[in-house]
Structures are given as structure tokens and as C-alpha cells.
Design a protein around this ligand. Structure first.
Ligand SMILES: [Mn+2]
Length: 273
């Protein structure tokens, strides 16, 4: 069953970032549940900054599931990445992501490697950078597998990384890993910039897709931009996608409106019974 989620950002430095709710975890959970979402996706400063008991109680109280947890604060706050030329920085990046893998895994949820993948710097050989990324993902993938969850790798658009921008190139790379436990996160905002045909991309990727960021062409809630969501939703349904579509969108014109628009689009494209 395809499930709905909204993002909750707990990083003050990312308060202008593409997250539906900011700062108030309890308030976000109450609102997500009131709108009828199935889950929330949390973007924490660090895994240690989230109180697992509090989160578990909020999930229980509101009947929500933890959909996924982001790791981008490791880049935003600490400039850590898995392709940094400094081995110590790569180790810190792996530890940062590993802590999120462990925390989220305790909730049955995957961690996301997005901006933490980094980029090939000007003075670094591309194959070398890919070897570094491969080495780290081959450690993190099994760590997630031990908790019975995948690790999510998110292709980003060309303005955010020069590693891989398309789903197909990402899949080709993931097939060179020893671990089979890294799945793809297809973010519709990035896909709109990079893919020729998003629905065909989803069909071709099929079982490799583990999570979807549900965002329109302008990073606003689905329906507030110019993406045609219907064929994308059809592709997800026809490939028996069984994960979350999670609104990683700007809180415009405000959080409540973005949540309301997202759930309306979700219900239109993924009707239940
Ligand atoms: Mn995303």
C-alpha cells in the first residue's frame, strides 16, 4: 500500500528549507494526524537530538509511522560528506549517517543519504570519489540491513551534486556495490529537472525505488506547481510501489496549506478502496 507522509524539520538552521513543518515535533504530529497522513519524515540535527521515547509516544498517540529520517544536517551543520577527500571527514560522515540508520531502524524506518553524498571536487578524480562513496555505502547498507530496513540513496539535481543526477545512472552505480540493501529515493523535484519522462523513469526503476519525495516543480506541495502528477502516480501504482510518498516541500503559503494540498493530491492519485 502506498502511504502518505509529511516532513518535519528539527534543524533551526534549515528553517527556510523544504519541509512542511518546522521546529515543533509534537505540533507537527498532531497536525499530520489531523490531516490524515500515515507518517512523518524527520530531519534532525543529529540522531542524538531526538528523544526516542517521546517520538515513540507521539507516533502511538497519533497513529503515525516514522516514514524515514534525513541526514542532510551532517552536511548543512558540519560539512560532512561521503566523498570528502579527507578520510577523517568521510569517517565522521559515516558515523553521522550510521547514527541515523540505527535510530530510524529502531522504528522500522530507513535513513536517507541525500546531500551527504557530497560531490566530486575539482582536484579529485571522479573514479576516486566514486570509490569512496562505494566504500561508505557498502558499510552503511549492511548496517541498515541488520535492522531490517534499506538505506536510501537520493539522486540530486545538477545544481546540488555532480555525482549522479538521474535515477538510471544511480541504479547503474548501486549495482556495483557489494550490498544489495541500498534503495533509491526518487524526489519528484529533482526528477523534474533531470529526467526526460518521470513516469517512464519510475517504471524502469521498479523494485529499486524505496521512497518518494512528493514535491512539485517549484518545491511546493503537489498541485501548486506544473508537474502532471497523474502519470507519475499511475507508474507508482502499476509498479506495485509499496512505500511512502513524503511531502518534502516548502511550507507555502503556510504549513497547514501545504499539508492540506499534499493530502488532497495524495487522495486524488492514490485512492483507497
Ligand atoms: Mn528530496
Amino acid at each position: 500500500m502506498i502511504r502518505s507522509a509529511v516532513t518535519v524539520c528539527l534543524v533551526p538552521e534549515a528553517r527556510r528549507g523544504p519541509f512542511v513543518f518546522h521546529g515543533d515535533l509534537a505540533g507537527a504530529c498532531a497536525s499530520a494526524a489531523a490531516h490524515g497522513f500515515d507518517g512523518i519524515e524527520v530531519f534532525p540535527p543529529h540522531a542524538d537530538d531526538v528523544d526516542a521515547m517521546e517520538l515513540r509516544e507521539l507516533m502511538r498517540q497519533h497513529g503515525l509511522t516514522l516514514a524515514a529520517m534525513g541526514t542532510g544536517a551532517g552536511w548543512l551543520l558540519r560539512k560532512l560528506s561521503l566523498t570528502d577527500p579527507d578520510p577523517h571527514v568521510r569517517m565522521c560522515a559515516r558515523d553521522f549517517i550510521g547514527a541515523v540508520v540505527d535510530f530510524a531502524g529502531g522504528f522500522g524506518a530507513p535513513a536517507i543519504v541525500g546531500s551527504m553524498q557530497g560531490r566530486v571536487k575539482d582536484d579529485v578524480d571522479r573514479e576516486q570519489a566514486l570509490d569512496w562513496l562505494r566504500e561508505e555505502l557498502d558499510q552503511l547498507g549492511p548496517r541498515a540491513h541488520a535492522l531490517n530496513v534499506p538505506l536510501l540513496y537520493e539522486p540530486l539535481n545538477r545544481y546540488e551534486t555532480n555525482l549522479f543526477n538521474t535515477v538510471a545512472d544511480s541504479i547503474t552505480f548501486l549495482q556495483t556495490l557489494r550490498t544489495r540493501n541500498v534503495k533509491l529515493l526518487v524526489d519528484l523535484f529533482h526528477a523534474n529537472l533531470e529526467e526526460a519522462d518521470i513516469a517512464a523513469t519510475i517504471r524502469d526503476a521498479r523494485a529499486c525505488v524505496g521512497h518518494v519525495h512528493f514535491a512539485d516543480s517549484n518545491r511546493r506541495a503537489m498541485g501548486f506547481g506544473h508537474l502532471d502528477g497523474a502519470p507519475i502516480a499511475s507508474a507508482l501504482r502499476e509498479t506495485s510501489y509499496d512505500g511512502f510518498v513524503s511531502a518534502e516541500v516548502l511550507p507555502l503559503p503556510d504549513s497547514e496549506s501545504a499539508a492540506r494540498q499534499t493530502i488532497a493530491s495524495f487522495r486524488r492519485w492514490f485512492p483507497r478502496g
